[in-house]
Design a binder for this molecule. Sequence first.
Ligand code: ATP
Ligand code: MG
Length: 257
Amino acid sequence: MEIQKELGKEIIVKNLDFWYNGKQILYDVNAEIGQKKITALIGPSGCGKSTFLRCINRMNDIISIAKAKGEIHYCQQNILCQETDVVELRKKIGMVFQKPNPFPMSIFDNVAYGLRLQGVKDKKQLGKIVEESLKKADLWDEVKDRLNVSAFRLSGGQQQRLCIARAMAINPDVILLDEPCSALDPIATAKIESLLVKLKREKTIIIVTHNMQQAKRISDDAIYLLNGKIIEAGKTRQLFENPKNKLTEDYINGVFG
Ligand SMILES: Nc1ncnc2c1ncn2[C@@H]1O[C@H](COP(=O)(O)OP(=O)(O)OP(=O)(O)O)[C@@H](O)[C@H]1O
Ligand SMILES: [Mg+2]
C-alpha cells in the first residue's frame, strides 16, 4: 500500500484482459487511478466500461462465464488473485449503479444494512453512522424527519443519494459509479456532481459517464476506452482540450458514440 500511496496511486491496472464466454472484451488494459481523484471512464456503448469497472471490485465474479487475466493492484495486492477475500474487498471498494437500487426497507435500514451485516448492533452507534453517511451524501436534511419510511417513497435523485449513503456507511476507500446520473434530471444530476466533488476529499472515485460535459466538469483524470482498448488516458483537461489521438477527438466532439 505504502509505495502505491506515496506515488498517489490508489489502483494500478496491468495488462488486464477479459472474456465473457471466450469472447474477448478487454484488451491489455493498463491504467493508474489517482488517490482522492475523480477518474472518468468514457467511451461508446458496449466498449467495456462497466466490465472494466466491475473488475475493480471483482463484481464480475458473479458471472460464471467471465474470465479476467492480468493484475489489478490495490493495497499492495493483486486483487485478481484467488486468495483475495472479495467480501473484504467490496467493503473497501464500494459500488453505485446506473439505476438507483434501494432495498425494500426504510431509509434508515438501507443505510444501516451493511453495518448490521458486519455485526454492528448498538443502536446509538448505528444511528450515528447512518446520520453521518446521510450527511455525507447530502441527503440528511431532506430525510431526517422520516427515516422510518420506505426508501421507495424518495425521488429518483434522492434514492441515488441514498445508495451513495449506503455505500459510504461502510467507509470504503474507493467508490465505483456506473452512470449514476443517467436516470436523473439535470437538477438531481447537479446535486450528485457536487456531492462527488466534495467526497473526493476523502475518497477515490471512478465514474462511468456518457455525458462529456459531466466528465469535463467533475473529473481530474479521464480514460477513453474503445472496443475494449484504452485509446487515451490522462488529465481530463488535456484529454478534452488537446487530445493526442484522433479517435479521442472524434469521440469527445460527438463524431460517433
Ligand atoms: N454478462 C454478460 N455476458 C456476456 N456478454 C456481456 C455481459 N455483459 C456485457 N457483455 C458484453 O460485453 C461488452 C461490453 O459490455 P459493457 O457492459 O462492459 O459495455 P459498456 O461500455 O458499459 O456499455 P454501455 O455504455 O452501453 O453501458 C458488450 O459487447 C456486451 O454485450
Ligand atoms: Mg455500461
